[in-house]
Design a protein around this ligand. Sequence first.
Ligand code: ADP
Ligand code: MG
Length: 442
Amino acid sequence: MAQDTPDAPRAPQPGGGREEPVLILAPTGRDAAVAMAWLHTAGIPTHRCQDVAELCARMDTAAAALLADEALPALALDVLRPALQRQPIWSDFPLLLLTSSARATEVLWQRVQALGAVGHVTVLERPLTPVLLLSTVQVALQSRRRQHELRQLQDAQQQHRAAQAALLAQLQARDQALQALNATLEQQVTARTAALRHEMAERQRLEREAQRVQHFALLGRLAAGVSHEIRNPLGAIVLQVDVVEEEFRDPGPASAAEIATALTAIRTNLERLTDLVQDYLSLVRVGEAQLDPADLGLLVTQWAQEMTAALAAQGITLQLEAVDHLGLVALHANTFRRVLVNLVDNARDAMPQGGTLTLRGRRQATTVHLDVADTGVGMPPERLAQIFEPLHTTKPGGTGLGLYIVQEVMAAHGGQVAVQSTVGAGTTFTLTLPVAGAGAPP
Ligand code: ADP
Ligand code: MG
């Protein structure tokens, strides 16, 4: 070694930021002390090793190693090789080998070849100068720094990949949990839907049952009412029959007139009885009425004609408007007739001094409408809510059945009835029915 002075050389560069030391193994001479002094001056930490074994042991926490050739006999190489091979994948530990002559370099180089591909080896031939040492060490340190950076990058990548994998696993687990939840939910929904359907069917059945019970209870009450109603006309008829009998047994000049009056009274009371029975029967049959397509306009015109005389006798003018436009409707004609009869009867009662009764037809795409409008006494709004209740009547001889029957018959035809009324001006009932075959394909 030409320069064996520990004089502080000028460092070409500060010795990097890493704290890891450069290992020095130069067992003979002053090489170690000189190299350490130069490196310290450049701010590069060092550690002097006693032998190759110590150097190998410290390799993981060192930046590089400077070895003198005399420290590297064939035996030492056997120790060094496995240590170099054990390095992690990112590491390529820099080895600086110091030789004393061209010949020694030759020999050392052969030994280095024997190290195999491992090792990042630089050979420095003596005489060593501060610049030669420092520049070589700087290059080694720079390379080591890069390796560390690479390692950090790899670590970060690995962490990133691990985090990604963990996230993916979490997502997959969540997805599976969601799918399981979904399946459970679907099962629950299906089960609940089935239960609901069952409940609904059961409720509908119970409702129908309750309606039937209610209907029959009402029929019972009505039957009692009707038998009571029958008594008055029957009593009147019996009385008139007595009159007729009396006139036949003991005829006088006025007998013919008396008999005629009695017979008229008998007919009126019989008609009243017939109406009562018809009303009752229409209510009993309303549930099972068989509906057939019929020309409603034609029927209404026909029924109106039958009523004209009786209405005219009471000073009531009957007007038909666009009734022939009503067209085909699914009907049970005899039952439906009760609707018109009851509405016309009420209109007559509402116009004791006479007036106008209008039957007005209107046909729309899916429904037909028939207005029954009178110019009678009308009703206050608060009464409108009650008039469809069975047995509700404001008339001394009333049954309170008429509008109830109207409503039930309309419902049995899939239709409905509405009312509008003004006190002192008149009342309009509007019947609405579905057009025959509406909704069904032609
Ligand atoms: P009833 O005719 O036997 O009284 P309804 O059920 O036919 O029974 O009618 C119930 C009540 O509705 C009648 O008593 C009457 O007060 C009222 N009402 C029905 N139609 C009319 C009408 N056109 N004008 C005025 N009031 C009416
Ligand atoms: Mg009535």
